[in-house]
Design a protein around this ligand. Structure first.
Ligand SMILES: Nc1ncnc2c1ncn2[C@@H]1O[C@H](COP(=O)(O)OP(=O)(O)O)[C@@H](O)[C@H]1O
Ligand SMILES: [Mg+2]
Length: 374
């Protein structure tokens, strides 16, 4: 009999879409997460209150469950556990021994550089180290090596700002280290792909909007992007090479990059998982008509991803709410073009005007409309 058990790592809102899709496909879902009242605790067929970082404990339990696949969406931390557990069970995944180059910003830069992928100059500093940026040019950006969601990030214009930026980044870092990188100029985008058996399939480019300096918190995303058709092939080629450098073979991926006004291209970072912020779970499906969440399950269960178009592609946009003005804008959209509203999240009104990183935004809404002719 066909094995229809699927293990999902994580139970929050984003993961819930994966749980629901798995159930729709006829899987019995076994979900692991820290118990905190997340929605997945209720939607799962079987819920195990084990934190997603308890890799060995989860692996032991999964040896009893004997699933067809292990998967997760949109979380680096969860992806480490996915590969560890799937690897331990002999299931399709990315090599668990290379998880660090896919999640540590310094090791990632190093792996890309060693493979011949173009990278800005970079350096690692740990708490208490002397900061030496000789050979590098300002502006620079300083980030914790091992955090996400724009935590602890600062753009630095000159030498005098470095120390405070490094102290701030190391404070956030689990390993008390920061990476200092030369700043890549330009507009920001991401590229959403699915890889199976080492072959990469392009799905979409996303245009990203951020608050800009100093903290670069994402304010919205749009698909399709405005990247000219004739530039896209070359960019895909470089991204596929970068995916190879990180040994991304069996998973979704989310590559963040910038293009400056001269057409120069530079990679910011890569997640060996779907893009968060509803990019992987919603925008890709809306803008391409292809079922990305289903593909993640297919790859995890050792099947070729189904790239067929199953719904009409539309323009899709997510907007994040930071302030009262943003909420007013949403009210305006509700009045003037309610047909565009695809989803409105719950609002954490306590965060209003106090957003410091992407976890402290107030909420979001997703809009769709007919694709513009290009
Ligand atoms: N080298 C860089 N040059 C220009 N902008 C950068 C650079 N590194 C990071 N950024 C900006 O900071 C944001 C967050 O950095 P990122 O490395 O993606 O960390 P996080 O894991 O927090 O998303 C990016 O989306 C980008 O806007
Ligand atoms: Mg990022």
């Amino acid at each position: 009999m066909e094995n229809k058990k699927l293990v999902v790592i994580g139970a929050n809102d984003f993961q819930n879409q994966l749980i629901l899709k798995a159930k729709e496909l006829g899987f019995e879902t076994h979900v692991f997460a820290w118990q905190d009242g997340s929605i997945g605790e209720k939607t799962a067929d079987f819920f195990y209150p084990i934190s997603i970082v308890e890799k060995d404990e989860i692996l032991e339990k999964c040896k009893e469950i004997k699933p067809a696949g292990v998967c997760s969406i949109a979380s680096d931390l969860a992806s480490i556990t996915v590969n560890y557990v799937a690897g331990g069970l002999g299931l399709t995944c990315n090599t668990p021994e290379d998880s660090e180059i896919r999640t540590n910003k310094y090791l990632m830069r190093q792996a890309m550089m060693d493979f011949g992928v173009k990278t800005p100059k970079f350096k690692k500093v740990s708490e208490g180290d002397e900061i030496d940026v000789s050979g590098m040019e300002f502006p620079m950006i300083v980030k914790p090596t091992d955090r996400s969601g724009s935590r602890g990030i600062t753009k630095v214009l000159e030498e005098s700002g470095l120390l405070a930026a490094v102290e701030n980044a190391t404070k956030y870092s689990f390993e008390k280290s920061a990476i200092i990188e030369e700043f890549i100029e330009g507009e920001e985008y991401s590229c959403e792909c699915i890889s199976y058996q080492g072959k990469h399939h392009f799905l979409a480019f996303t245009k990203k909007y951020t608050t800009g300096a100093p903290h670069f918190i994402e304010t919205g995303h749009v698909e399709p992007s405005d990247i000219p058709e004739d530039r896209q092939e070359k960019i895909k080629e470089e991204i596929f090479k970068a995916l190879d450098s990180l040994k991304i073979q069996n998973s979704a991926s989310h590559t963040e990059f910038k293009i400056d006004n001269k057409g120069n291209f530079g990679i910011i970072e890569i997640g060996a998982r779907m893009g968060g912020d509803c990019i992987g779970s919603d925008l890709v499906k809306l803008s391409t008509g292809k079922d990305f969440v289903k593909m993640v399950i297919e790859v995890a269960t050792g099947e070729e991803p189904d790239l067929s178009v199953v719904s009409k592609p539309v323009r899709a946009e997510i907007k994040f709410i930071f302030t009262k003005e943003d909420l007013d804008e949403l009210e305006r959209v509700k009045q003037e073009s309610p047909e565009k509203i695809y989803r409105i999240s719950e609002m954490e009104l306590d965060n209003m005007g106090k957003t410091e990183d992407s976890s402290s935004r107030v909420g979001y809404y997703i809009l769709t409309s007919e694709k513009e002719e290009r």
